[in-house]
Structures are given as C-alpha cells and as structure tokens.
Write a protein that binds this ligand. Structure first.
Ligand code: OXT
Ligand code: ADP
Ligand code: MG
Length: 579
C-alpha cells in the first residue's frame, strides 16, 4: 500500500489533488526496494520519519548510540548482500554513525547512512543553525559515495544511486543526506509515485575474462606447494557450494581469514588454519579469493612469508586491488561467484591431485598444533584462563553450528579465533580490517534480527564497554543474544601498575571484579557470574536453549593475557622509558 497523503483539505475543486510529501516518498522508495529494517536513533529532524516508517511496516530498531546502529546496518549488509540502512539525526548523530560508515567501507560491507541535516541556506552561510554541519562534505572522503537530495521529486533517484553505489563492484558505505526541509516538501502523489525507482540488478555479475581464468589455472597447476586463502569477500559472495567444490576439486590446502572461517568447515581435511605460519612461509603459489594482502597478511612479503619465491593469483571484484602490495601474476577480476564458477568449469574433469609431500607437511604441522592445544582447552581452573573458558565455548559452537559467533577484544579475539572451530559460512563476525572495538552489540543485534539464529557474543571486558549500553536494546527487543564477557579486569591484562606510584590505577586497568552480569539484570535479562568452564558452559547452554537475553560475566585470571593479544609486535615500545 502506498503511504500517499490524502488528508490535505482542498480549498477549491480545481485544487483537489492527491498529494504526497518527502516523508512518504522516502518510505515508499525504501519499501519499493525491499528495505525491511532500519537501524537508528531518533531525534530532530527524523523522529516522525521513524514513527511513520514503523507505521508503514518497516521494522525500525532504535539503539542507544548511532555507532552501534551503524555497525548493525553494516553487518546486516554483509549477511544479506543488500545495503543495511542506518538512520541518524544531524551533526552529532551523523558523526556518531560516521565511524561505522567508514568501518563498513574499509571492510567492503554495503550500508547506507541516512542522516537528517540542517538547512542548507543557513549551513552554507555558517549562521549557526541547530546542529549545523556540512555533513556531505565531511562524509565524502570516508565512504564510497555521498549524495544529497534537495527536491522531493529526486528522492527516488537519490535512493537508487545510494543502493547501487553500496552493493555494486566492491561493496561499501554510502552517505545519503536528507535536509529537514525535504521531509515536508509536498508534491502531486501520482508524479511522486512515478519518480520512485526500483533498482534492477543492483550488483550485476562481473564475468572474468576467459584468458584470465586460464592463466590462473595454469599458475595453480604449476605449483609444488599451492595454497588458497579465503577472505571475507568470499564469505560475502554467497557462492558457498561452488567455492567448496573448487577447493575440493583443486585438492589445495586452504587458509581461512577470520570472517571466512566456516566457508568450508575448520575440521575439513584441507584446512590449514592450524598450520598458518608453515603454509605462508612455504607455499610457492598462493591464490587469494576475496582477501586483500593488507596488514593481516603482512602485505604478502617479509618474515611471515619466508624466503621462498612466491607467485600470487588474486580473485577480486576491484581491479585496483591487483599489485597493491606485491606483483599479482594472475589477476582474475570479477565477482567471486562468477569467477569461481568459471574456474570450476575450466578445470575440466581431471585436475591433478595436490603434491602428496606438501599435503603431508601441512597435515603434520596442523595435527601437531592441534594436539599441543588440546590439553590446554580441557583445564577447569578457577579463575579461568582463556583456553579453559574457550574450550567450553568451542564445544557449544560444535553442538550448535548454526549459531552466530560475534567476537572482539585482544586476547579474547585472537585466542577465540584459533580455538573455536566454525562449521558454516558467515557465522563468525568480528573486528575485521581495522581491528575496531565497539562492533560487538551492534553486530549481535543485527545478526539476531537478520538471521533469526541464536547469537553468542564473546567479548573482552574492554571491547564490551564500547557498545555495552545496547544490552538494554537486546532486552527491549527480546533478542536471542548471549553475551559472554571475558572479564580480566582490563585491557589485555588487569595486573598493570601505575609507574608513577600515584593512587590512579594503570591506564589499562579497570575496576576489579566488576559484575557485568548485573547490567543485564537491570533491564530484565538473565545475568550469570561464571567462575569455572563448567559453570560457563552450563550458563551458555541455558541461554541458547531459552533464547532469553543473557549476559555471563566470565571471571578470567587478570594475569592470563598478553599485551595486544597476537599483535604485540605492532605496539611500539619506547627504548628510552624511565625505569
Ligand atoms: O602456525 P603457527 O604455529 O604460527 O600457529 C598459529 C596457528 O597455526 C595456530 N592455530 C591453531 N592451533 C591449534 N588448533 C587450532 N584450531 C588452531 N588455529 C590456529 O595458532 C597460531 C595463531 O593462529 P592465528 O591467530 O590464525 O595466527 P596469527 O599469527 O595470530 O595471525 C595473524 C593475524 C594478524 C591475521 C591475526 O593475529 C589477526 O587476525 N589479528 C587481529 C588482531 C586484531 O584485530 N586485534 C584487535 C585490535 S587490538 C587493539 O587495537 C585493541 N584496542 C585498541 C582500540 C581499538 N582496537 N579500537 C578502538 C575503537 N579503540 C581502541 C583495545 C582498546 S584491543 C582493545 C581491548 C582489549 O581488551 P579486552 O578486555 O577487550 O580484551 P583482552 O585482551 O581479552 O583483555
Ligand atoms: P579479509 O579481511 O577476510 O582478508 P578483505 O576485507 O581484506 O578480507 O578482502 C575482501 C575482498 O573481497 C576485497 O578486496 C573486496 O573487493 C573483495 N570482494 C568483496 N565482495 C566481492 C565479490 N562479491 N566478488 C569479488 N570480490 C569481492
Ligand atoms: Mg580484558
């Protein structure tokens, strides 16, 4: 049903016509393009818009802070391949959402940040309007595209441009600026309806050139020690069956990046996740599928990659990604679905098995690392160490492979990534390319809403603090989210000492023995304090069975962590520090 305005009283018979306005046109345009959910925070000038969108049947999820709403929209985009929508007020609300928009762009997640804005005439003369800010100019360098709509008749085109920009090619964040005056603009309803645009084929297939496909397969076939690296672009592509078929037909070991875990199960015989250092050092041909050679892969060179010369094959939708860090001898530009399908069909019937000595090297190292870790996961110490607590959570995900795992922190992140095996695609959501804290509750909320699956959010106590107020949102919408806080009294560790000897605690230390579980109880959810892996396991299982919002304060030994988790090497230390 159209939300056309019918209620304006005509003054004369001539003037009688059905009218619509900016509010209705934005809502109609969103609905026409199948937008089902908006994540946001209400206020001037979009309060009434939120109400009207809700009345028109769009689910409007109100958050406590725009950054969390933005993170929710971003991960909704990753999970659904449609742009997630975040709605904010002007200036400060817009800026709060902007971090999430920039993070989405960095991670190649499609989202649209729609912000109300102040009056152009006043903003441009800098006359001090309510929440005055030139939002379009500020957003531009931080996202893939930015648009402003000034006339109601352009709302349809404006939204269409935003949708296309977000999902076509390399996905990313788009900013759409809607000045307050636009919402009240009135126009003829029929003309308004005609002005709306349903975006057809928003992310057109990008078919790779057959010569590029052949070149890639020739290089792969020539390898003595081949490796496939799967990145979150491969997870995003939703070409799960073809990716699995391609990897299995090639017989090549694969290394999943963090959010690509589960694309093929971590326990798959070709998985080299537990032999990471070995495969990166020793591989002679590396095929990247939806993964960039950025810091997470040491830029494709240096110590991590060893001395043996490497050849890189890269599959990516973004041509400029090729040769960004090292030479790519076989670039395959296209969308991953089309590229992998083309690779599979060009492989023909009899693809040679991967060299047996290489497979043996990989499986020996993998089995060794797994065996080394196994006893640590079974300890039942109290207070818990990371491995004891994660051993319990690992079993839970094994038994509930369709649950979604959200994960942030430093030690809490890095150790959970290694310990918790994933079994299905797009079930692990984490800090991504920027290593950003604060994605936790936004991701958890959107994951529950978009998929209807239970969510387990494993959070460092510091990481949780960046979005912790959203536990109220989780309770308000009664979402099946179980938050486990690894509470080690601080950032990395809770044992640092202020070197000045003053009564202030060290910069990385929090209040000792806090009870985060009480926060959830304050809003009617379930709170549990868990001091052993057994208690933790029992509490998480209960939460997952009941689907009730739950927060478990998992008491972790404050001395158990290490500085910056697995990336301590990136943390500069002064050699001139006074003792
Ligand atoms: O092959 P080898 O022998 O090398 O072994 C590897 C694998 O083969 C093996 N492995 C296994 N063994 C056995 N079994 C299994 N299943 C298995 N799987 C793997 O294990 C090792 C390691 O494997 P991994 O992890 O794959 O390899 P590696 O070498 O670590 O990989 C390198 C990387 C770079 C790819 C990887 O480390 C990675 O992805 N890292 C991401 C790191 C990251 O993004 N960290 C977050 C940022 S840290 C910091 O910035 C923080 N801040 C500052 C801040 C941020 N970030 N944001 C904002 C907005 N403001 C401030 C803050 C405030 S973290 C932080 C809070 C921290 O405190 P918390 O309380 O939240 O957390 P705690 O630390 O818990 O207290
Ligand atoms: P990871 O952090 O898992 O290594 P990155 O975010 O670095 O992954 O890389 C993801 C890559 O995937 C980006 O270069 C992006 O252009 C690419 N990508 C995203 N979606 C697609 C798609 N549908 N087809 C091809 N490439 C894609
Ligand atoms: Mg901590």
């Amino acid at each position: 049903m159209s939300a056309t305005l019918q209620s304006i009283e005509p003054k004369t018979a001539d003037a009688e016509q059905a009218l619509t306005d900016g509010f209705h046109l934005v809502i109609d345009a969103l609905k026409l393009n199948d937008v089902k959910t908006i994540y946001g925070v209400p206020g001037i000038p979009i309060t009434d818009f939120g109400r009207m969108a809700q009345a028109a049947g769009i689910r409007v999820i109100s958050f406590r802070h725009e950054q969390n709403a933005g993170n929710a929209a971003a991960i909704a985009g990753f999970l659904t391949r449609k742009p997630g929508i975040c709605l904010t007020v002007s200036a400060p609300g817009f800026l709060n959402g902007l971090t999430a928009l920039a993070n989405a762009t960095t991670n190649c997640f499609p989202m649209i940040l729609i912000s109300g804005s102040s009056e152009r005439e006043i903003v441009d003369l800098q006359q001090g309007d309510y929440e005055e800010m030139d939002q379009l100019a500020i957003a531009k360098p931080l996202c893939k595209a930015a648009f402003r709509v000034l006339h109601a008749a352009d709302i349809g085109i404006g939204l269409a441009r935003a949708i296309r920009a977000a999902v076509s090619g390399r996905p990313g964040g788009v900013y759409l600026d809607l000045p307050a005056k636009l919402f009240g603009q009135v126009m003829n309803a029929e003309a308004g309806a005609k002005s709306l645009v349903k975006v057809i084929d928003a992310a057109p297939a990008q078919i790779p050139a057959p010569a590029a496909v052949k070149r890639a397969l020739d290089v792969l076939k020539s390898a003595k020690r081949p490796l496939i690296i799967l990145g979150k672009g491969a997870a995003y592509a939703q070409a799960d069956d073809d990716i699995r078929a391609f990897v299995e037909k090639s017989g090549v070991p694969f290394l999943p990046m963090s959010m690509a875990k589960g694309l093929l199960p971590d326990l798959h015989p070709q998985c080299a996740g537990a032999a990471r250092s070995t495969v990166l050092k020793e591989a002679d041909v590396v095929m990247l599928i939806g993964a960039r050679l950025n810091w997470l892969l040491s830029h494709g060179k240096g110590k991590t990659w060893g001395d043996a010369p490497k050849k890189f094959i890269q599959i990516d939708i973004e041509p400029k990604e090729m040769d960004s860090n090292v030479e790519i001898v076989a670039p395959v530009v296209g969308d991953i679905g089309s590229c992998v399908a083309a690779l599979l069909s060009a492989m023909g019937g009899n693809w040679p098995a991967a060299p047996a000595d290489w497979m043996k090297t990989v499986s020996t190292k993998r089995d060794e690392n797994i065996a080394k870790m196994a006893p640590r996961l079974m300890n039942n110490k109290s207070p818990m160490d990371y491995h004891g607590a994660l051993g319990a959570l690992r079993t839970i995900i094994k038994e509930r492979p369709d649950a979604i795992l959200v994960n942030e922190g430093a030690n809490t992140l890095d150790l959970a990534r290694g310990v918790i095996d994933m079994y299905q695609p797009r079930k692990r959501l984490d800090v991504g390319t920027w290593g950003v804290m604060g994605i936790g509750m936004g991701f958890a909320i959107a994951a529950a809403i978009e998929t209807g699956k239970p969510v387990l959010a494993v959070e460092g106590d510091s990481a949780f603090g960046f979005s912790g107020m959203e536990v109220e949102t989780i309770c308000r919408y009664d979402l099946p989210v179980c938050v486990v806080i690894f509470n080690n009294n601080g950032i990395y560790r809770g044992t640092d000492v202020n070197p000045s000897g003053s009564s202030d605690v060290a910069t990385t230390v929090f209040v000792k023995d806090s009870r985060y579980d009480k926060m959830m109880e304050a809003f009617g959810g379930v709170g549990v304090n868990a001091t052993t892996p057994d208690e933790l396991k029992r509490a998480v299982n209960e939460a997952m069975d009941s689907g009730k919002p739950t927060l478990i304060n998992a008491v972790i030994d404050p001395a158990a962590g290490s500085e910056s988790g697995r990336i301590g090497n990136l943390n500069p230390q002064s050699v001139l520090k006074k003792k």
